[in-house]
Each structure stands twice: as C-alpha cells, then as structure tokens.
Ligand binder design. Structure first.
Ligand SMILES: [Zn+2]
Length: 504
C-alpha cells in the first residue's frame, strides 16, 4: 500500500493518480505473485482484543446508539474516517465529511428522517382483572419513529393484522377498530404465501380508523427466526412507512401479550397456532383498554456513509471488491440507550481491522478494495441503497460485495450466505482461515446491506456469527456480550476471502 501523505486526492485527477501508481518504486518492488506465507502472516496479525476495544469505543454513551442522521452518527463517521486516513486509504466517497481537519471525500450523504422519543414512554393496560403497568424496555418499547401520543382506548385483537380476502384471510372482517387500539402479532401465518411488512399492517390499521397499535411477538418462533435473534422481548424497530407519518405504536413482550389475552379468557399461543394451522381469523374486541403516552419530535438529518479505497494494480475503472458493514444502530429512547455492540459495532470493527492488516502488508492487491461503513441500515438499508444508486466504482466491475453484520455473539460458528459466487470459494476461504469446521454455508441471506448489491447483480457474501443473538435490538446489546474470539474468527474469514478474490 502506497502510504505517502502527499498523494493527490483520489477524485482530483484519476489520470494523475494512475500515472503515479504505475511509476511508484514501492509498488514496482511488490511482486505480482503472493505466497501462502503472505496470507498466513496477514492472518496472524488480526487481533480480537483490538477489535473488542473498538466495539467498546463505538458502543460508548458518547455515540448515543449511532442513530442515522444525528450528530452522533457524524461523530462515529469521523471515527471511521480517521482510521481510514491513518491507514492511508484513499477517499472512496463523493462528498466531504465535515471535519475539523482539511476537506476530504471520504463520505456519501443523503437526508434522513430523525425521531427523538424524548421522555420515558408509558403504557398501562386496564383489564377486568387488574391494571398492568408495562415496564419500558422490558415489557414494551415505543416504535423508534412513532409520533407523539396521548390516548386511552379499548383494545381489539386482529391476529396478524392482515386483510387479504382474495387469499382467504381478512382479519378485519366484521371487526370495527375505529377509535380503538389494535393489537397484532408480528410476522405472518406459516401458510400465508405473501410477505407482509410492519408498515403495511400499520397502514391498514390507520385506514380502518384505529388510533394506535401494539405489536407482539407470538410465542411460536420458527428455527430460522430464533437463529436471527427473535425473542419474546419487545423489539427496538422502525415503522418504515416511507414518508407517511406512522400511526403511534409500540412493541410489547410475549409475556405482556399473554397477560392481556388471559384477562379475556384467551391465549395468544392458541390464537397463533390456529392462524398458522388454518388461516381462520381469530379477531375480537376486548374489554381491556390501553393508555399510551409519549412525546416525540421529528427532524431531518444527514446520513453519512464512510468510504475508504485501497486501489488495486488493475487501476481505476477495473475490478473492485466492496467490504461493508453498517455502523448505525437504534439510538436512544427516553432514558434507554441502544449501544448496538454486536449490531453492528462488531462488523465495523472487523472491516477496520481487515483494512489495517491489509494496508500494513505493503502488497498492492490486484483488484481494488473499497471499504464502506454504511449508515441507515436499521431504517431500511438507506446507506447501501444510496451507494448502489450512486456508486463511486462501476457496479458491473464490482466482483463481490462482502457484508459483515452481527460478528460478536453466538455459538462459535459462522453463517455465510453466498449469492452469485461459487460456494466452493466461500468454503475454501474457510479452509485458508483454518475455520473449515466452523462454517455454516447458505445461499441468499434475506435482510442486510448486501441486498441492494444483489439486486443490482453484484455477487454477495454475508458473514454473521451463528447461533442465537439474544440481545438483538435490545438495550442489553452491550460490549461485554461480544466475544473477542468470534470477532477474530470473522475477521480471519473475511481476510482470507478478500485474499482469494483480490490477491491471488
Ligand atoms: Zn445489523
């Protein structure tokens, strides 16, 4: 890696950059062939302890959960850009990152909505039996982009909250939800064939005249969902209604949901089982009523992707490998902070560590490496969609996109999802990293910043630590849960894969 500080800015004149790269004596001495010993030496330099320290720094209260569009998002973007700069990576973006030092094009930006839930949200449910005062954080969370609300109204259970008479499921049929608070299960019945988003359920409830809603995770959780970290706890989540002001809403725990239904002589589990079994609506008006109270403010902020480039021997316009991880998380809600240590300070630390080790080798890769720290993933892949809509390297010459998300918690194994590349290559990288016995190889892995790349025809590899992530989207996703050994495995795997794609 050429490390002279006086290199021209990457965007200033590609011709000039190319000329200097081709005549650089440092690069002329770098042989065109790498050896297995080069890779072994690189792998040995990876440090789980160093990455764990970075996870701690990015999860610290100063970054307030790294919510996209906030000042803290910008602070965390500077943190990453500073490391790229220290490693002498070139500016890979198209926009200056606001900085106290000189201007630089490490960034790519777009406006995003920002919501602040300023006080501690309250939820009280009054049933015929008793009054349930929900504990914020453990019994419920308001939706992260919920409008302010102050309402008391009767509850109506509407199953999964789906209205699709053409496919034989209308959970609103014969049910009046005007001026009511609807309660629906997350997800969809096993046998219902169409995808259903939270935003669609919310729109439906709003159109039917509901004044608010409660989402509950049903007690029946599939294997795949469990592996992705779904639990009965309330989930920190956005409504993602794309421009419409969402209906006020909250996510309640399975336990609270069962208590509310038990007071009606019903069972959440039975309702979910029946819906899953035969798609027959289980909707009914309850005698219970709920009170929801919280303040929130809505602003527009700026999202920052951070991009650092390690140019390859092939030169500008030639093949590029993108190595990405989202940096943003859920911010805070009233007094609750979502530190996002595993999600995804861990992946951020992995790309920084891989960049550090590769930059320190003094070997120019054949193909260029573009490291991208995305923001806006939690609000719906905004940062990765932004890059794909405005790529700084040609997408048709982007040989692969490697995405790292949730790299610090699990059972010691790695889940690797591959599209558009030979699985053999993904398997061989595991062998090279001495992790062959620790890989769970799959095809397309739904959800994550690789998805816009896959949709654009770029081959993708997603790396996630296997096993349960019990603190997924919880305030308890803290640094102490993140295991340095897992970070090390993921970084070794990513480095070996990058090696096979760009150095051999
Ligand atoms: Zn994530």
């Amino acid at each position: 890696m050429d490390a002279r500080p006086d290199m021209p800015r990457a965007h200033a004149s590609t011709g000039l950059v190319l000329a200097i790269v081709l005549t650089s004596p440092a690069l002329a001495s770098a042989g065109s062939q790498t050896t297995p010993e080069d890779l072994t030496g690189a792998l040995q330099q990876i440090s789980g302890v160093r990455m764990h320290q970075m996870v701690g720094e990015l999860s610290a209260p100063a970054f307030r959960g790294r919510q996209s569009g906030t000042d803290q998002d910008l602070q965390s973007a500077r943190y990453v850009a500073e490391q790229f700069r220290t490693l002498s990576l070139r500016e890979g973006g198209d926009t200056d990152l606001p900085s106290t030092t000189s201007p630089n094009r490490f960034a790519m930006t777009v406006p995003v909505p920002v919501t602040w839930i300023s006080d501690r949200p309250r939820l009280v449910v009054s049933t015929d039996r008793d009054t349930l005062r929900a504990q914020h954080g453990t019994d419920f969370l308001s939706m992260l982009d919920s409008p302010a609300v102050k309402v008391t109204a009767p509850l109506v259970f509407v199953g999964y909250g789906i209205s699709d008479p053409a496919r034989g499921l209308d959970e609103y049929a014969g049910i009046d939800v005007r001026n009511r608070i609807v309660m629906f299960l997350r997800g969809k019945p096993d046998r219902y064939p169409m995808p259903v988003s939270q935003a669609e359920k919310e729109r439906l409830a709003r159109e039917r005249g509901a004044v608010a809603y409660l989402t509950v995770t049903g007690p029946v959780i599939g294997d795949y969902e469990a592996r992705r970290g779904l639990t009965g706890k309330p989930n920190g989540a956005y409504s993602r209604t794309n421009g419409d002001l969402p209906l006020p809403g909250g996510w309640i725990s399975t336990e609270l949901g069962e208590k509310i239904l038990a007071a009606q002589g019903r069972s959440l589990r039975d309702s979910q089982d029946l819906l899953n079994r035969d798609l027959r609506p289980q909707s009914y008006a309850m005698t219970a009523q709920a009170t929801l109270v919280w303040e929130s403010t809505h602003e527009t902020g700026i999202l920052y992707n951070v991009l650092g480039l390690m140019p390859g021997r092939d030169g500008p316009g030639e093949n590029t490998i993108v190595i990405g991880a989202h940096r943003d998380h859920l911010g805070s809600q009233g007094p609750l902070l979502f530190p996002g240590a595993d999600d995804n300070a861990s992946g951020t630390a992995v790309i920084l560590e891989v960049a550090r080790v590769l930059a320190g080798l003094g070997i120019t890769p054949k193909r260029s490496l573009l490291f991208i720290s995305f923001s806006g993933e939690e609000q719906g892949l905004i940062g990765s969609r932004l890059y794909v809509s405005r790529p700084t390297r040609p997408l048709d010459k982007t040989t692969a996109m490697i995405n790292i998300d949730h790299a610090g918690v699990g059972n010691g194994r790695l889940t690797v999802g591959v599209t558009g590349l030979e699985k053999e290559r993904a398997r061989a990288a595991g062998e090279a990293a001495r992790l062959a016995d620790h890989l769970d190889l799959f095809g397309f892995f739904p959800g994550g910043d690789h998805v816009p790349f896959k949709e654009a025809g770029v081959p993708t590899v997603t790396v996630v630590t296997s096993g349960r992530h019990p603190d997924f989207h919880q305030p308890t996703d803290t640094t102490d849960k993140v295991q340095p050994a897992l970070l090390e495995s993921v970084a070794r795997y990513v480095l070996a894969l990058v090696w096979s794609l760009a150095y051999e």
